[in-house]
Every structure is written in structure tokens, then in C-alpha cells.
Design a protein around this ligand. Structure first.
Ligand code: AMP
Ligand code: GLY
Length: 423
């Protein structure tokens, strides 16, 4: 069995390592992957957005199954194109990936089907958006409609800040065409929870919950990043909250997508906020989260490939999806200066890992036989343990052993979660 994984970050490394546990799989190709995964996959120099290149590679190499991990190729129709030449895939088709690809689509879907989310207005005319902001309550949240590398959300504390955000998106096009339409929405408060789920469009199985840490520095200071670390499970996601999410959010979402003729098969990610009025959807992603995957998959006890195949064939109900009761923590080591400006090319030496730890490489390449940094987020140092406190300790102990001169990491990943657990 030959598998191809599209994408090249830490999330893809975690997926590849988990897939390798399946004995049927002989070869895994990563398109493009990164140098830090060279022992786990064959690296193929084809970019994740090069749909024609991906399809040609799959055809020429007789790929049996493809996992399309990042948002861009999913939204661009990579799964549709691979299905067309008969290659089964894990990941939604473009008409379902739109749940992440367009915030206007997802907000309208939630409104139509009564799925709890922040109140909002949509604007494609800048003057109208600006005049709405004259009287809108603040803080408020301005979002670019399309994909914006996870940066298209601006939380504005004042009306002037909100107006500046609208101008930067609609006039100065800082996110390109993604900002020609904007959503202006109510500011919600409460702890955030990420829930990834497997769904074949009819059945939905949530994975263990997790908590991301999006800001660059300790105590949630600094700019928003792709994510500086994660823990799982998320202590705010109690049994009560999870039951409510299943009933009011998860099932209604896949039912809504089905009714719209957009059956979703793949990993549907719910970015939730647990507000005083109950859980609400902050965002949907049409894919595994990064770095959520780096704590969720190490806790998966069932075989990932079996689940992925079942999802793609619409047989998820026949498949066991079991998670361990342990906890996990992932500390991201990033290049100094990330998420703004950083240098690459620094040598990295990784410590040994054991059956309870792993280092997923997000941005590295091989130069003169050595592993060097090649990106903003570089490593995801992960440990699993019987409880969260031990997992956090173990992840940090391992992180301290990493040799990477230009690296930095947050020292407080999981602190909030521990505090919530300990009351
Ligand atoms: P997103 O790019 O959609 O993940 O949003 C980035 C972050 O912005 C989220 O993780 C939240 O912390 C925050 N955010 C997004 N929407 C809202 C909202 N309506 N109210 C408060 N915070 C929000
Ligand atoms: N960690 C957030 C995301 O993957 O979108």
C-alpha cells in the first residue's frame, strides 16, 4: 500500500508517524514534507497547492490512498481532482471545504440551521462596513471572508481600531482577495476548546479535546501565531459541555452540510468558545489543527489508517475510534522573531525520544547532512503521560534538551489548563 500525505508541517509529521503504525502501508510520500521527516516519509518536491503536480505524481506512482491535510489544497479541490482519477482520499471535497474557505458561508450556515455562534454582519462594501461601525458595540471582531493563513481575524478594542481593520482588509487588501468581503461579529468571552472530529458525512466521532495557545509569548502576550503549543484533553470540555456540543453543534453541522448537498468527509475541526450562554462556534476548519494534531494523535489507540479509509468510504459507523485516558502536551519551538521576521538555517540537534514522547518537525531541511531550521514554527516537542501535570513536565524536560540556538518557546503551555483542573 502506497500512501501520499499532502502538506509539510508538524501536523503532517504527526499524521505520518501515526500512519506508519499500520503494517499494510509500505511507503509514505510527503508532498512536500520537510527535511525533518526524512526518516518517516519519502520527500517529494511538489508544493501543497500544486494540484496538477499532486495529481500527476499520484497517477505516475500508483498511489493507493491520499491524505490531504492543509486547508489550501482542500479548498482548491485537491480531493475532487484525485477522486476523479480514482484515488480515494481522506479530506473533504471543495464544496464541503468551503466551511473553512469562506467565513461568510460558515456564518450563514450556522444562522440558517440555528447553530450557536457570535452574532454578525457581512459587508462587501467598505463604506457600509465603516458606517455600521459608527454605532457597533466594542470590542468587536473583524474577519476576512477567505483563507488568510490563520491571520485574518482582528479583535478591535475600539471603533477606530475596527475601522482601521476594515480599511486594511478591504482597501489595502492586506489579505489579498480574502478581504474583499468581511464579517464583523460580536466579541465573545470564555475559555476556548478545539475539538477535532472524524466524520464521513453521516456519523461524527469527536476526538479527544485540546487547548491551543495562539499568542507568541507567555501569559498570552504578543501577536497571534499558528499556535505555540497544545494540551489534551482540555479541562473546560466537561462531559456536560461535550453532550451539549454534540446535540447543538456537531450533529446539526453535519446534518446542515448534508442538506446543503455538501457532505463533509474528513476531519472537521470545531473551534469553540465556552461562553456563559453555552458553547458557541468561533470557527470551523476543514482539516486537522496544527498543533492540536500533535497532542491528539499520540492519544489515539485505534489504527489511524483504518479510520481514514472508513471515513472515505462512508463506513465510520463500523469502525472503532478509541482514545487513551492519558494526557498530552506539545511545546512548539519557533525561530526567534516568529511570527514576524525570523532567520532560518540554524543547526538543530534533537534528543532521543521514547514511547511516551515524540518530536514532530514543522520546519527544517537537510543541509550538508545536518538538520537546519527552515521556517517559523520549527519543532513540536510532545509528551504523553498518565496526567496533564506529568505530560507538561515531561514535554518541557525534553524541550530543554533540544539544541537549537535560534529557537524560542513559551514556558507556560498548559498552565491555564492545570489551573482549571486544580480549581
Ligand atoms: P480564528 O483565526 O478564526 O481561529 O480566530 C483567531 C482567534 O481569534 C480565536 O482563536 C479567538 O481567540 C479569537 N476570536 C475569533 N472570533 C472571536 C469572537 N467572536 N470573539 C472573541 N474572540 C474571537
Ligand atoms: N491551531 C489552530 C488551527 O490549526 O487552525
Amino acid at each position: 500500500m502506497k500512501i501520499m500525505v499532502v502538506g509539510g508541517g508538524g501536523r503532517e509529521h504527526a499524521i505520518i508517524k501515526k500512519l506508519r503504525e499500520n503494517r499494510e502501508i509500505e511507503e509514505i510520500y510527503a508532498l512536500p514534507g520537510n527535511g525533518g521527516m526524512k526518516d518517516d516519509a519519502v520527500l517529494v518536491d511538489i508544493g501543497a497547492k500544486d494540484i496538477d503536480g499532486i495529481v500527476n505524481f499520484a497517477k505516475e506512482n500508483k498511489i493507493d490512498f491520499a491524505v490531504v491535510a492543509p486547508d489550501d489544497p482542500l479548498v482548491l479541490g485537491c480531493v475532487d481532482a484525485l477522486n476523479e482519477i480514482g484515488i480515494p482520499c481522506f479530506g473533504p471535497k471543495a464544496n464541503a471545504a468551503i466551511i473553512e474557505g469562506s467565513k461568510v458561508f460558515s456564518k450563514n450556515l450556522m444562522k440558517k440551521y440555528g447553530i450557536p455562534t457570535a452574532r454578525y454582519e457581512v459587508f462587501d462594501d467598505m463604506e457600509k462596513a465603516l458606517s455600521y461601525l459608527e454605532t457597533a458595540p466594542v470590542p468587536t471582531v473583524v474577519k476576512a471572508d477567505g483563507l488568510a493563513l490563520g491571520k485574518g481575524v482582528i479583535i478591535a478594542a475600539t471603533r477606530d481600531e475596527a475601522k482601521a481593520a476594515v480599511r486594511s482588509m478591504m482597501e489595502n487588501k492586506i489579505f489579498g482577495e480574502s478581504g474583499s468581503r468581511v464579517v464583523i461579529e460580536e466579541f465573545l468571552e470564555g475559555p476556548e476548546v478545539s475539538v477535532l472530529s472524524f466524520t464521513d458525512g453521516n456519523v461524527l466521532v469527536p476526538m479527544v479535546s485540546s487547548m491551543d495557545h495562539k499568542r507568541a509569548f507567555d501569559n498570552d502576550e504578543g501577536l497571534n501565531t499558528g499556535g505555540m503549543g497544545t494540551v489534551a484533553p482540555n479541562p473546560y470540555y466537561t462531559k456536560e459541555v461535550s453532550d451539549e456540543c454534540m446535540e447543538k453543534i456537531f450533529i446539526p453541522t453535519i446534518e446542515a452540510m448534508k442538506k446543503e448537498g455538501r457532505e463533509f468527509r474528513g476531519c472537521l475541526y470545531f473551534g469553540l468558545m465556552i461562553t456563559r450562554d453555552g458553547p458557541k462556534v468561533i470557527e470551523y476548519n476543514c482539516r486537522f489543527g496544527d498543533p492540536e494534531t500533535q497532542v491528539v494523535l499520540p492519544l489515539l489507540e485505534s489504527d489511524l489508517f483504518t479510520i481514514m479509509k472508513a471515513v472515505s468510504e462512508g463506513r465510520l459507523n463500523e469502525t472503532e475510534v478509541k482514545f487513551s485516558n492519558k494526557a498530552a502536551c506539545c511545546v512548539i519551538v519557533a525561530s526567534k522573531g516568529y511570527p514576524v521576521k525570523y532567520e532560518s538555517g540554524f543547526e538543530i540537534e534533537l534528543p532521543e525520544t521514547d514511547e511516551n514522547s515524540d518530536i514532530f518537525v514543522a520546519g527544517a531541511k537537510i543541509k550538508d547532512g545536518k538538520t537546519v531550521s527552515a521556517g517559523g514554527r520549527v519543532l513540536g516537542v510532545t509528551a504523553t503521560a498518565k496526567d496533564l501535570k506529568t505530560a507538561i513536565n515531561d514535554a518541557y524536560k525534553l524541550t530543554e534538551k533540544v539544541k537549537f540556538e535560534n529557537g524560542f518557546y513559551r514556558k507556560d503551555i498548559g498552565k491555564k489548563a492545570l489551573k482549571a483542573l486544580e480549581g
